[in-house]
Design a protein around this ligand. Structure first.
Ligand code: ATP
Ligand code: MG
Length: 430
């Protein structure tokens, strides 16, 4: 019996966990490209990168993201470690960032402009643009209350779309969810309106009537959506200060010429937002059309025991962004020089020379490993995209020379004394 079982294990190869994607070089290069563009833009606005742990205490998310949100109710990867502490693989970055600024005393009476990148984990149904491990870039501004800061984040993100060449395929949707009191009053109005229709609501929404009525607005169940058409509008409950803040934001965006649409439906799936909320959306990715989402979370630092600190931020999904230019080529691996050799002595010499070229000339050199006929090796050299091939055969070793062959253009080759190799290569790449 045991014997059979172990046989089965051997014959079944192990696959990646459902929803966790491998990033092969092409895809990884796209991620890197987006990240490089974002890094440069963020630096140009004075943002600094920070690193956040992937594991946090579970209570961080249940308290800050909200115990009755989809993320906390059904999407978190939570487990007890060997010490029986409940840990969660971060489903998002804002809660961790707020913990970071609190823990290091960076929030009180100070301004911080931070960003981070890395994987997030949510137990969702995997599909195109929706994975259980996905990468985000998060951008957060701590300690600033004005609508100018919200506007700057939107201008900054618009600059990124522009830089990535997708500006015409994305649009900005904007809303305000007011302060806590306005949302409370709205929820009371919503519950009063829906109570007579309670039996017609889907089970999730029925539950949310008592746990978190705002979340009913997120429902995708058609019958509930129909009922919501005539429901009270959050817009009618917004407090004056939040309204002014929103008008101020719109005025700056108008002045800067950044187009947006006010969409009263946007409330976002996390509990911590107040005032401004926004999403950058596209029609190119089907149901997974939200590329980026964010807003204000002025109450979060205080909720974690810090002093009241206004904050605003957003997160963008690298996986979805990368899908936006999936059919465009990315620059694949290209080295400057490809080295081929015949025999162990020659290969050792080639490797030593390649080290010297990398150190002294800063050029990228790929050395052919393994045996193989010279002709086959030269084919690899051609395919590598390199400008030059270094050839070290038996004759070269005997003469203490190397052959340098042009892989582009005329394809000519020269034999030069070993000692002049570096100087010659330098002259070729000057
Ligand atoms: P959605 O409504 O599509 O579920 P969300 O509101 O849950 O998105 P946020 O929590 O605001 O998303 O995260 C910000 C961004 O991170 C999203 O706009 C999206 O690009 C990306 N993202 C979120 N969840 C996933 C996922 N499961 N797979 C891939 N990307 C994701
Ligand atoms: Mg979601």
């Amino acid at each position: 019996m045991i014997h059979l079982l172990s046989l089965k294990l051997v014959s079944n190869s192990i696959k990646a966990v459902r929803g966790m994607q491998d990033l092969l070089p092409d895809k990884k290069a796209r991620f890197r490209y987006i990240e490089d563009e974002a890094r440069a833009i963020l630096a140009s606005y004075g943002f600094q990168e920070v690193g956040l742990p992937i594991l946090e205490s579970t209570s961080l998310f249940s308290r800050l993201v909200g115990g009755t949100t989809d993320i906390v109710e059904k999407e978190m990867y939570t487990f007890n470690d060997r010490n029986e502490d409940s840990l969660t693989m971060r489903p998002e970055g804002t809660a961790g960032l707020v913990r970071l600024v609190n823990e290091h005393g960076l929030a009180f009476n100070q301004t911080q402009k931070y960003w981070y990148t890395g994987p997030m984990f949510r137990y969702e149904r995997p599909q195109k643009g929706r994975y259980r491990q996905f990468d985000q870039i998060g951008v957060e501004c701590i300690g600033l209350a004005g609508p100018d800061v919200d506007a700057e984040l939107l201008l900054l993100s618009a600059r990124l779309w522009d830089q990535l060449g997708i500006a015409s395929q994305v649009s900005l949707e904007l809303n305000t969810v007011g302060n806590a009191e306005s949302r409370q009053a709205f929820c009371a109005g919503l519950v009063a309106y829906l109570t007579p229709h309670f039996d017609d609501l889907d089970a999730d929404s029925q539950r949310r009537m008592t746990t978190n009525p705002m979340r009913i607005l997120d429902t995708k169940v058609p019958k509930t959506r129909e009922l919501l058409v005539d429901a009270p509008a959050l817009a009618d409950y917004i407090d004056d200060e939040s309204r002014q803040h929103f008008d101020g934001l719109c005025a700056i965006l108008d002045a800067a010429g950044l187009a947006y649409e006010v969409n009263p439906q946007i409330v976002r799936g996390l509990d911590y937002y107040n005032r401004t909320v926004f999403e950058w959306v596209t029609t190119e990715l089907g149901a997974q059309g939200t590329l980026c989402g964010g807003g204000r979370y002025d109450g979060l630092v205080e909720q974690l025991g810090g002093k009241p600190t206004p904050c605003v931020g957003f997160a963008l999904g690298l996986d979805r962004l990368a899908l936006m230019f999936e059919d465009q080529p990315v620059s694949s691996k290209i080295v400057d020089i490809y080295g081929v050799s015949v025999g162990d002595v020659a290969r050792t010499k080639l490797m030593v020379l390649a080290e010297a070229v990398r150190s002294n000339l800063g050029l990228a050199v790929e050395v052919h490993h393994g045996a193989g006929k010279l002709k086959a090796q030269m084919k690899k050299a051609d395919g590598s995209g390199a400008q030059l091939a270094l050839i070290l055969g038996e004759d070269e070793i005997n003469q203490r020379e190397i052959t340098v062959k042009a892989l582009r253009g005329d394809g000519g080759q020269v034999r030069i004394p070993e000692g002049e190799a570096l100087a010659y290569l330098q002259s070729q790449f000057a």
